[in-house]
Design a protein around this ligand. Structure first.
Ligand SMILES: *Cc1c(COP(=O)(O)O)cnc(C)c1O
Length: 397
């Protein structure tokens, strides 16, 4: 392996040693199908039961409320489909969500619109935090679902889901939260918190890729996306990914156990990183400084392209991400930054660094130096930047 500084934990995380150790036996020897009646099958069945019990303990819910899925995308799709096909919501055709949800929520809602549902996407305030009042103003008599993420994956802003959930409960509206980014970083207590549906993904908390959880409160029956066998009580057909599910439970346990210590350490590093990058002229931090995931840093730098900056950083072994994505030759600005009100040109110049407790003070210093140098270099070769300096164009920042 090359020597890298990994600062892209919102995209995915390293599999933890504890998770790998728990997974190995199921990959090597204990390969039974949990639906089989023989002993190897029953060993696999026990692994599933143990994982479900452990996860239910951590989230403070009952095991029957947990359905294993192939990840956060599937859990989000299934949560939305469940809410809109719930018997109790018959005849309700309105959904409230936000403009900065993950695409697995937004694209599913687009699909609903094509089949006759009406969707209200809330605007994002400057600090990246939805106000419960916005939700209160948007819900109607025919609203069957409110879906607001726990923490945003690009700008890390933490949403007031308890207040929003409470408001939904009082009105008899189902509340879903995409907790993929917060799991393992923020406490979740499903007995105390007014949440009906919740999505998790193992690979965002040092578990394996391709596995996740849909929590559906007792009395809500998940609508199945896949037709087939009776796995997961018929809510999710297909032979279970036993090793991954066992690994997910181990990873969540570990993350939960170390949450306080990890947060304390990561927040210190994050704030150093923010302070260092703020000294770059014509830059701005995206999202709230206070209500922010411990490891999230997201900046716009005027006059550069985020993708080019990523390549410069990659040459120095620094792994980061930019909200913009190049698809089919055209550059798309991040829908999150646009929702935040950043002009398109600024949104193109964004950089997301998502660190964790394994990063060091030296990593942070190296990142600050590399970004400062990279931004200066890109600006020097930009004709638009020259126009700004000469006053032919105005600065945004
Ligand atoms: C990564 C992510 C997802 C998708 O999870 P997968 O397991 O990769 O499908 C959904 N929501 C958020 C907020 C995410 O960060």
């Amino acid at each position: 392996m090359i020597d890298i500084i990994y600062a892209d934990n919102a995209a995915t995380t390293k599999l933890s040693r504890a998770a790998l150790d728990v997974m190995m036996p199921y990959l090597e020897h204990a390969y039974g199908n949990p639906s089989s009646l023989h002993r190897p099958g029953q060993i696999a069945r026990r692994a599933l039961d143990d994982a479900r019990n452990d996860i239910a303990d951590i989230l403070n819910c009952v095991p029957q409320e947990i359905t294993f899925t192939s990840g956060g995308t599937e859990a989000n799709n299934q949560a939305i489909l469940t809410a809109v096909s719930d018997q109790k919501n018959h005849g309700k055709h309105h959904v409230v969500s936000t403009a900065f949800e993950h695409h697995s929520v937004l694209h599913m809602l687009k699909k609903l619109e094509r089949s006759g549902f009406e969707v209200t996407l809330l605007d994002i305030p400057e600090d990246g935090i939805i106000h419960p009042q916005q939700v209160a103003a948007a819900v109607r008599d025919d609203t069957c679902l409110v879906s607001v993420m726990h923490a945003n994956n690009e700008i890390g802003s933490i949403q007031p889901i308890d207040e929003i959930g409470q408001l939904c409960r009082e009105k008899g509206i189902l509340f879903h939260t995409d907790a993929v980014q917060s799991a393992g970083h923020l406490p979740i207590d499903l007995k105390k918190q007014p949440i009906d549906l919740l999505s998790l993904s193992a690979h965002k908390f040092h578990g394996p890729k391709g596995t996740g959880i849909l929590y559906a409160k007792r009395g809500i029956h998940p609508a199945n996306l896949l037709e087939g066998g009776e796995q997961e009580r018929g809510y999710r057909s297909g032979t279970e990914n036993v090793a991954a599910i066992a690994g997910m439970a181990a990873a969540l346990k570990e993350a939960n156990r170390n949450m306080e210590a990890n947060t304390a350490r990561t927040v210190l590093l994050r704030d150093l990183l923010i302070a260092g990058l703020e000294t770059i002229p014509h830059s701005i931090l995206n999202g709230s400084k206070e209500d922010r995931l411990p490891g999230n840093v997201n900046f716009c730098f005027e006059g550069i392209e985020g993708e080019t900056l990523l390549l410069l950083l990659d040459q120095k072994g620094i792994c980061a991400s930019s909200g913009s994505a190049c698809s089919a030759g055209s550059l798309n600005a991040s829908h999150v930054l646009l929702a935040l009100g950043r002009p398109r040109e600024l949104a193109f110049g964004s950089l997301r660094l998502t660190i964790n407790e394994e990063n060091t003070k030296e990593d942070i210093d190296q990142i600050i130096n590399a970004v400062t140098e990279g931004v200066a270099r890109l600006r020097k070769s930009s004709p638009i930047w020259r126009d700004r300096l000469s006053g032919r164009r105005e600065f945004y920042l």
